[in-house]
Design a protein around this ligand. Structure first.
Ligand code: GCW
Length: 663
């Protein structure tokens, strides 16, 4: 029986799957071959499209066509295709998608949907598609119970959670089903459903409340999305009443084995655990004098009989640092903790590393840990939720940043995308907001993440084109151009009016929105810029600084070591330089700060007026929401400009070379 297409509740935005995106498929004759749950999903999709657009769908034909589209499970080189790959071919007027697994067929259907009419034209062709990375995952930092400081979703800017409200499962699974469908359409195949900071209520999802997770898993399964759970390393103590959570303790091992067996009883295709241990106050193996490999392997052993994976986060650093202590450098921490453990992790343990060494700033170098653990399965973690990039009140399309990260090559020539054998993960940016992502244009980040996880070397602008043509199926060129105009450069614009040259932070402490140049300067978090009257930046060189630059191989260690060879955009991440230091651009650091801050605001003004001209081409609700957020972005960008420029003018006493007003 074809599975009916999930209908999101009234008023919820269709995002990149509006009915019109299915016109090309829905107006044709389609044959579907094969059986299995995901084939029913595919059938349901095509059926729904045909009802709208007048086409016809036949299952396992006795009737012999001709067909415009054949979607089938089959032995078309399945050994090459795996569970998720597919071939697409065109021959004699028929487009054929063949996959050896249900997920592959589903991805093949969405491939045809993306191509639209183009899928049904042109001469003979044949292409094989498979994802570069087997795991393409979103981590939800959703709390089950509302946290007094962090709310329902930690660092969430899109309303409440899709799964939980006020301490319990929300139950409206139609929305979750519709979510799974959106995820499948951009290639995402896994999510974790709760915050990595596991509080008391959330901890119980592992045991007596696992049924609530099972319900979410069931809603997502028809779209090929597997469910994972964040767990507390202290669960044996918190939930099992044991006196220890020591990973080498026999009772602890049995407790995890039994708890995990029960999870699989409830969720047979459960993906595994995500763990934040010994990080920002979460419990971990250090309390027992054990290593993080011993900690991770404990959970890996419990998951192994069922084919599950533990995602062990590498975000381990001293968050109670004394700002006076110049010997501790937070940027070094992940590498220092985990490189010595390379080779010690179980085969089903994945080390999940943030893409930069600090914490999702608008500009950071690539984490040196990513290139330094060849014997460890590694996942790279990005942040789609815009904690430090405007909190979904500012437009900041992260495609170009992520693409730079994924294409970066460490010494052995392997790109970050290739190193991420354990998958690509993003912290989710969605919630129960009618537009899913708070800012309607932030949907582009979610879509882009999925597509880059499928193909890390994809051209981000081409991905944006896909997002535009799916989300706005009848877009005139003027709309597509306008969307590119406001999105393409938005990350660089955001960078211009916020913290300069890779120095990071300068945000208001706690909630991290808006400027506060010294907000974290004397805090315990290890995030300092060291500005004084003469200069700014963090000396992370080997010669005179913290030695962080030496964690890279060739050529990066050498390049980052000297201010003469360090790329401008990372200069203040690696060096403390005088305000008069001349950048490769030919400008002094201080003049660069002034210029970029003025430019950043001008670019927001420009984007705002481009957006205004698109009224009438975008539906009024969406247009209005974006217009409203632009007003706030502009207000905030001006605040950033004026605070940053005034701060550095007052510190340095150097006037703006162009004589503009600085307060
Ligand atoms: O970026 C920081 C956030 C925390 C988050 C932490 C992490 C979930 O400010 O809110 O905690 O990173 O990645 O664990």
């Amino acid at each position: 029986m074809p599975l009916p297409v999930p209908v999101p509740p009234e008023g919820v935005d269709p995002a990149w799957l509006p009915p019109a995106a299915f016109r090309a498929v829905g107006s044709r004759r389609t044959l579907i071959r094969g059986s299995g749950p995901l084939v029913e999903t595919v059938h349901g999709e095509v059926d729904d499209a045909c009802r709208r657009f007048g086409g016809r769908v036949v299952r396992d034909a006795s009737d012999d066509g001709p067909y415009d589209l054949v979607l089938g499970l089959g032995a078309d080189g399945p050994e090459l295709l795996g569970e998720e790959g597919f071939t697409s071919a065109r021959e004699g007027g028929t487009t054929t998608v063949t996959a050896s697994g249900g997920r592959g067929l589903l991805y093949g259907l969405f491939h045809v949907v993306r191509l639209g009419e183009a899928a049904f034209t042109g001469g003979p062709s044949r292409r094989t598609h498979h994802p570069a990375l087997a795991l393409r995952m979103l981590d939800h930092w959703d709390n089950v119970a509302v946290h007094p400081v962090m709310g329902q979703v930690e660092r969430g800017y899109a309303g409440g959670s899709l799964f939980w409200r006020d301490g319990r499962a929300r139950g409206d699974l139609d929305r979750v089903r519709a979510y799974g469908r959106l995820l499948a359409a951009c290639g995402i195949n896994a999510i974790s459903v709760n915050n990595v900071n596991v509080h008391a209520t959330e901890a119980r999802l592992l045991t007596d409340r696992v049924g609530e997770v099972a319900a979410v898993a069931e809603a997502l399964r028809p779209y090929g999305v597997r469910t994972h759970l964040s767990v507390s390393f202290a669960a044996p103590v918190l939930l099992g009443g044991l006196s220890t959570a020591d990973p080498l303790d026999g009772a602890v091992r049995s407790w995890w084995a039994e708890a995990t067996r029960r999870v699989y009883e409830a969720i047979p295709d459960f993906g595994g655990y995500v763990v934040k241990a010994d990080s920002e106050g979460q419990p971990g193996p250090f309390a027992y004098g054990r290593s993080h490999a011993e900690g991770a392997n404990l959970l890996a052993a419990a998951l192994e009989p069922f084919g599950g994976t533990v995602h062990w986060r590498a975000f381990v650093y001293d968050h109670r640092q004394d700002w006076r202590d110049r010997t501790t450098d937070r940027a070094r921490a992940a590498y220092d903790h985990f490189v010595p453990l390379d080779g010690e992790f179980a085969a089903n343990a994945v080390l999940q590393v943030k893409h930069g060494p600090m914490d999702f700033q608008v500009r950071e170098p690539v984490s040196p840990l990513i290139g330094a653990v060849p014997r460890t399965r590694l996942a790279v973690e990005l942040q789609a939720t815009q904690e430090y990039t405007g909190q979904q009140r500012h437009v900041c399309w992260l495609g170009p940043m992520w693409s730079e990260v994924l294409r970066f090559r460490h010494e052995d020539g392997t790109s970050v995308g290739e190193s991420a054998r354990g998958g690509l993960v993003a912290v989710a940016n969605v919630g129960d907001d009618p537009f899913w992502t708070g800012h309607p244009l932030a949907q582009a980040n979610l879509y882009t993440f999925g597509r880059l996880a499928w193909q890390p070397d994809a051209e981000p602008r081409a991905v944006l084109d896909e997002w535009i043509s799916l989300s706005f199926p009848d877009a005139p060129t003027r709309l597509a151009d306008g969307l590119h105009a406001v999105l393409d450069g938005s990350w660089r614009t955001y960078e211009k009016y916020t913290a300069p040259l890779g120095v990071g932070f300068m945000v208001q402490p706690g909630h991290h929105y808006g400027p506060s140049v010294d907000g974290y300067e004397y805090s315990p978090w290890g995030t300092y810029h060291f500005a004084d009257r003469d200069g700014i930046g963090v000396d992370r060189s080997v010669a005179s600084g913290t030695g962080f630059a030496g964690q890279y191989g060739t050529p990066w260690a050498g390049r980052y070591e000297s201010p003469d060879t360090c790329p401008d955009e990372l200069l203040l991440f690696f060096h403390h330089v005088p305000y008069g230091h001349v950048l490769k651009s030919g400008k002094t650091v201080i003049q660069h700060i002034y210029d970029t801050h003025f430019e950043g605001v001008e670019e927001v003004e420009e984007a705002l007026s481009v957006w205004a001209l698109l009224a009438g081409l975008v539906d009024p609700a969406r247009h209005g929401r974006v217009a409203e957020r632009y007003e706030e972005q502009l207000r905030s960008a001006r605040e950033w400009r004026d605070q940053v420029n005034s701060y550095f003018f007052r510190k340095s006493g150097v006037p703006d070379g162009r004589g503009r007003l600085i307060h």
